[in-house]
Design a binder for this molecule. Structure first.
Ligand SMILES: Cc1ncc(COP(=O)(O)O)c(C=O)c1O
Length: 392
């Protein structure tokens, strides 16, 4: 393996949200932080070098998005996902969450309904509600340890005020890579009802060996016409602090509405280092995601085996993608507050609390396993000891 994922990196006091906000989030600073989607691995050298290279010129000027940024995005999506995109479809965004908010503002009106499918990445909820839109919840169903979309409920929740659905693919926190048949069914429903699809595909490069991500908009020209795809190199290459992501919007009318808002509030110029970082990631990062996910898969296997033998009442929802893993802790028999408190105070772990992802997350916790194996081992031993100590 070319990259070293075993290296423990000191991250405290680096303005690092994951480590330096522990007191604020968990009420103590000694928990092992396994919450926000940020990896404990070094950002790869080819990205750091590209940033250093830009620094050789001493003026950090006002900037604009270079042609090479678009080329890198198009080439990556073609090479990785077999998706042929066009330069005129691509818009900049300082982050996927800001983009979701701007898209809701630009493409819907107050009082419109927007569908989300919890348990899901919770900023989807605020992107709807903070702008006076009505959130329609179509919870996923968990069948035999795998989450599935509930289509009959979805159909019955659609009326003429539903203008948008926010899709998470791969899905955070369940780790589902949605199958082609499911995407086709969803697309068909949205086309029939003229519902815009915001497809958050930020985790798309993080599939486990054997899985393949299908961009929603790649299904057909008609689907592309109703879909806004949100992507970024931030999760894949551990560069969230670069605030650099992008949207792919084949429909020119939809794109104009987004671009107008982006430009009216003057956040469309981007970050001079972010461009260099994205281009290096996409032009030189061919081997990184495969090696990363091979290592993370080893972590997943270690954790799954560990729970099976040491704490069988915690069940791992097996992900197809991403290093965020959904843990079913319901058999521990704790209520929500007690479960959260147990993880923090007894196990010494800073996890994401299930109910954040919707009421369907009650009894669940989300763990980030993108860390050196030795740290994961330490966390799991702490958890096992706490379970024994508390006689759960
Ligand atoms: C599904 C999903 N979308 C968006 C984000 C964050 O995107 P950004 O940092 O670009 O706002 C995350 C981070 O965890 C995520 O899981």
């Amino acid at each position: 393996m070319k990259y070293n994922f075993d290296e423990l990196i000191q991250r405290e006091e680096t303005n690092c949200e994951k480590y330096d906000h522990r007191q604020k989030i968990f009420g103590r600073r000694d928990v092992i932080p396994m919450w926000v989607a940020d990896m404990d691995f070094k950002t790869p050298d080819f990205i750091l070098n590209a940033i250093k290279n830009r620094l050789r010129h001493e003026v950090l000027c006002y900037t604009f998005i270079p042609g090479s940024f678009y080329d890198a995005v198009m080439s990556w999506n073609m090479r990785r996902h077999g998706w042929q995109t066009k330069r005129e479809w691509i818009s900049f965004s300082p982050g996927v969450v800001p983009a979701l908010n701007m898209l809701v503002m630009a493409l819907t009106e107050a009082g419109d309904k927007i569908i989300v499918q919890p348990p899901v990445y919770f900023p989807f909820f605020s992107a709807v509600r903070n702008h006076g839109r009505i959130m329609v919840s179509n919870p996923l169903a968990c069948e035999g340890g795998r989450y599935v979309m509930n289509f009959s409920q979805l159909v019955s929740s659609i009326d003429n005020r539903v203008k948008m659905i926010i899709l998470c693919n791969p899905h955070n926190p369940t780790g589902n890579v949605w199958e082609k048949e499911i995407l086709l069914r969803l697309a068909d429903l949205c086309l029939k009802n003229n519902i815009i699809i915001l497809s958050d595909e930020i985790h798309c490069d993080l599939v486990y060996p054997g899985y393949k991500h299908i961009p929603m908009a790649s299904l057909s020209d008609e689907t592309a016409g109703l879909t806004v795809t949100c992507m970024a190199p931030s999760k894949t290459f551990n560069m969230a602090g670069m605030s650099t992501s992008y949207l792919i919007i084949p429909n020119p009318e939809i794109k104009k509405k987004y671009d107008d808002l982006l430009n009216h509030i003057h956040v469309g110029a981007g970050n001079i280092f972010g461009f260099s970082a994205l281009e290096a990631a996409y032009n030189e990062g061919e081997e990184w995601p495969a090696q990363l996910m091979e290592y993370v898969e080893g972590n997943l296997k270690f954790m799954t085996d560990f729970f099976r033998s040491e704490i069988p009442r915690i069940k791992v929802i097996k992900p197809d993608a991403t290093y965020m893993v959904w843990l079913d802790c319901r058999e521990l028999g704790l209520n929500s507050n007690d479960l959260r408190d147990f993880m923090i105070s007894k196990a010494g772990l800073g996890l994401s609390d299930g109910p954040l992802f919707g009421p369907e997350g009650e009894g669940f916790q989300r763990i980030n396993i993108a860390c050196p194996r030795s740290l994961l081992e330490k966390a799991l031993y702490q958890l096992r000891d706490a379970v024994h100590q508390e006689k759960l």
